[in-house]
Design a protein around this ligand. Structure first.
Ligand SMILES: Nc1ncnc2c1ncn2[C@@H]1O[C@H](COP(=O)(O)OP(=O)(O)OP(=O)(O)O)[C@@H](O)[C@H]1O
Length: 238
């Protein structure tokens, strides 16, 4: 900032991460949020979770929200896995008896086993994520927000996560899932929303939303191959 100030440059910039987004997600829907990097998916999840507030407009959420947005954001690195289950469970809205009742299931699901009493700062990123997912997935939220966590775990854990998501879905819970694996999203979600540069470009069947993202990826690849790296081929909306 000092360098910029000396140069007489502006110290801040306004950036519109989301623009004119308006949608309704009904109870029990499983929605895939798709789009290229930087299209606004995570920002939208943060608004739904209440981590961020919109500058304009409103977000109305009914019921308890739990999510994996900033993976492991709720885990404290200096505390052990065991302590984090209790702390993070409480932060996510579980009562003490509820945490004790679910403790074994959370630990078993996470598969962290003998590392339970190690500080989580020594965990691998996969283990860290597994514990975070496991705690959040046992809070039995009405609305479950999942941001890219499925990409971090190994295949067996990923399969368990998908199973758990299907189970939560079967219980009629509402789910918004952000991922880049379009095939997985098509298998998991009833509805797909494609974001482009902060706007909703498509809202409908997941396969169609996915096809649009694939087209955007191709356009971005083609644009990157151009000498000036132009991205003008990606339309703003359909
Ligand atoms: N606090 C912030 N300040 C400035 N810009 C931000 C902020 N948060 C997000 N952005 C910008 O908003 C845009 C959308 O970001 P967002 O993280 O929502 O995208 P995304 O679709 O989730 O991307 P990815 O697939 O890479 O996770 C990006 O260009 C990002 O740089």
């Amino acid at each position: 900032m000092s360098v910029r100030a000396l140069r007489g440059e502006r110290l801040s910039d306004r950036f519109r991460a989301l623009d004119g987004v308006s949608l309704t997600i009904d109870r029990g829907e499983t929605v895939a949020l798709m789009g290229l990097n930087g299209s606004g998916k995570s920002t939208l999840l943060k608004l739904i979770s209440g981590v961020m507030r919109p500058d304009e407009g409103r977000v109305l959420v009914r019921g308890r929200v739990a999510g994996l947005i900033d993976v492991g954001a709720g885990l404290h690195p200096e505390l052990t896995g065991r302590e984090n289950v209790r702390l993070n469970g409480a932060i996510l809205g579980m009562t003490r008896p509820e945490i004790e009742r679910k403790f074994d299931a959370i630990v078993e699901f996470s598969g962290i086993g003998r590392f339970l009493d190690d500080q989580v700062k020594f965990y691998s990123s996969g283990m860290f994520m597994r514990l975070a997912f496991s705690i959040a997935a046992h809070t039995e939220p009405d609305v479950f927000l999942i941001d890219e966590v499925l990409a971090v775990g190994d295949p067996p854990f990923r399969e368990r996560c998908l199973e758990r998501i299907r189970e939560l879905r079967g219980q009629g819970r509402t789910m918004v899932v952000v991922a880049h694996d379009i095939q997985m999203l098509i298998g998991l979600c009833d509805r797909g929303i494609t974001m482009r540069q902060g706007r909703v470009a498509f809202d409908g069947p997941t396969a169609e939303a996915g096809a649009l993202v694939r087209a955007d990826r191709q356009a971005r690849r083609a644009a990157a191959a151009l000498p000036d790296g132009s991205s003008s081929q990606i339309p703003k909306s359909t």
